[in-house]
Ligand binder design. Structure first.
Ligand SMILES: Cc1cc2nc3c(=O)[nH]c(=O)nc-3n(C[C@H](O)[C@H](O)[C@H](O)COP(=O)(O)O)c2cc1C
Length: 417
């Protein structure tokens, strides 16, 4: 009976345990979580979503306060086009977050950063270039491009001295998306170093429409394997989404996957950034509590717990402090939805916006309880506490369980006194 530990992911001179913890913004996949994966010989991700606010929390910097102070005059204005990120400060925040994480790294594993194209930040190209370049400056091992097709992303940093040394990967949910990306990167003579194939059962934003249930990860992975073989391309393929046990992972590894990307099981790790009270909500969830909805202003469907405080909230858009989803012209579909409701309730009271959410503020405050489809099985991965709650796990326990378990067994944590 094979286990994940019987396989290795090879990246040039690196030989890794083929387990990658996926990026979970905004600081749900913390540096602490990523560092455990690296120490154990796998790959951990931090995220570059809203790094200035993450840096403020981590290092007591004042990036958000500074930006809000500068744009306070605009808070009541519906036009957000003046709200721009200071690129020097953005680079500083990214270098701090990445640099401190890399300094703390131990072991043979790697640390990557998840970089979402949909964080358009009122100036998509300029801000993305700064985020990518600053992470490379600060020594990141790899960059996983996500939430978008990233057709122009690599070109933004092609002159960077580490362009051919940093590992670059792309997350796709179809062969079609991969082909578009490969066509662009061929011009730079720079193939991706790995391809994460994310299926419809993943957490976070989905690369499918609301017909996500019609798709199946294994089918998409096979299609991509066939294409790469036909073209003679040997790029590691890393499936993600709904891989809940070590045995689920082994099935993909035996079928030719180089590694797996997992996330939901780690949402209940002590090292994860979610507050403990929210982690209890994840444990308590039943299958009926999990939905895929369209409230994210990115336009992508997103899976989350129906109890997420972000759903139906009508808070005032907070773009002067955050503003990560403003498109290149200063628009965000939450602002439109909010203003529509404000017209109905001009006193600003009792506003509830059902169709969209202020993703920046709510993610920052851990009010978007996004999760993978199998979050309802998290309760089976731990023990109950005398007070009726569920015991949190160590990231090491979860990682080792993926690495060594067989027959779909899930090891429970040691009984605590
Ligand atoms: C809480 C949570 C937050 C996530 N945030 C992001 C994100 O910011 N960017 C991203 O590319 N993927 C994100 N994902 C997707 C994961 O990185 C991963 O690919 C996927 O969830 C794997 O499936 P699993 O959760 O069933 O193991 C998130 C997933 C979860 C559970």
């Amino acid at each position: 009976m094979k286990k994940v530990d019987d396989f290795r992911l090879r990246f040039g001179k690196h030989e890794l345990v083929p387990i990658m913890i996926g990026g979970m913004g905004v600081d749900i996949s913390t540096a602490e979580l990523a560092l455990v994966a690296a120490r154990l010989g796998g790959i951990g991700h931090i995220s570059d979503a809203m790094v200035p606010t993450v840096s403020d929390r981590r290092f007591k910097t004042r990036f958000v306060k500074e930006k809000l102070k500068k744009y306070k005059f605009n808070v009541a204005n519906v036009d957000k086009s003046v709200v721009q990120f200071d690129l020097t400060r953005l680079a500083e925040a990214t270098r701090l977050h990445v640099g401190r994480t890399m300094e703390a790294k131990q072991g043979d594993g790697l640390i990557f950063i998840n970089c979402m194209e949909k964080l358009t930040m009122n100036s998509p190209r300029a801000t993305l270039r700064v985020r990518l370049a600053a992470a490379m400056d600060a020594g990141i091992d790899g960059i996983t491009l996500s939430a978008g097709l990233h057709l122009g992303s690599l070109a933004l940093v092609q002159e960077h001295p580490r362009f051919r040394d940093v590992k670059f990967g792309i997350i796709v949910s179809s062969l079609r998306a991969l082909l578009l990306f490969l066509r662009k990167t061929a011009r730079l003579n720079r193939l991706p170093d790995y391809i994460v194939v994310e299926g419809p059962l993943a957490g976070g934003h989905l690369g499918f429409g609301m017909d996500w249930a019609q798709f199946d990860l294994k089918t998409i992975v096979n299609e991509i394997h066939r294409y790469l073989a036909q073209e003679g391309l040997s790029i590691p393929v890393i499936p993600a989404g709904g891989i809940f046990t070590g045995t689920d992972a082994v099935e993909f590894l035996e079928a030719g996957a180089a590694a797996v990307q997992v996330a939901t099981r780690f949402t209940v790790a002590r090292e994860c950034g979610l507050p403990a009270r929210v982690q209890q909500e994840y444990f308590k969830a039943s299958e009926e509590d999990i939905e895929v909805n369209l409230i994210s202003p990115t336009g992508y469907p997103m899976r989350m717990l129906k109890q997420s405080p972000a759903i139906g909230s009508g808070i005032r858009p907070n773009c002067e402090a955050y503003g990560y989803l403003l498109d290149g012209s200063g628009n965000c579909s939450y602002i439109e939805a909010y203003n529509r409701e404000l017209e109905k309730h001009p006193d600003g009271e009792d506003i509830s916006v059902k169709d969209k959410t202020c993703l920046c503020t709510h993610f920052r405050n851990f009010d978007v309880w996004t999760c993978g489809h199998y979050a309802y099985r998290l309760k089976d991965t731990t023990r109950r506490l005398p007070d009726g709650g569920y015991a949190l796990l160590s990231a090491e326990h979860i990682f080792r369980d993926y690495q060594f378990s067989t027959e779909h067994r899930i090891a429970l944590p040691e009984q605590q006194n």
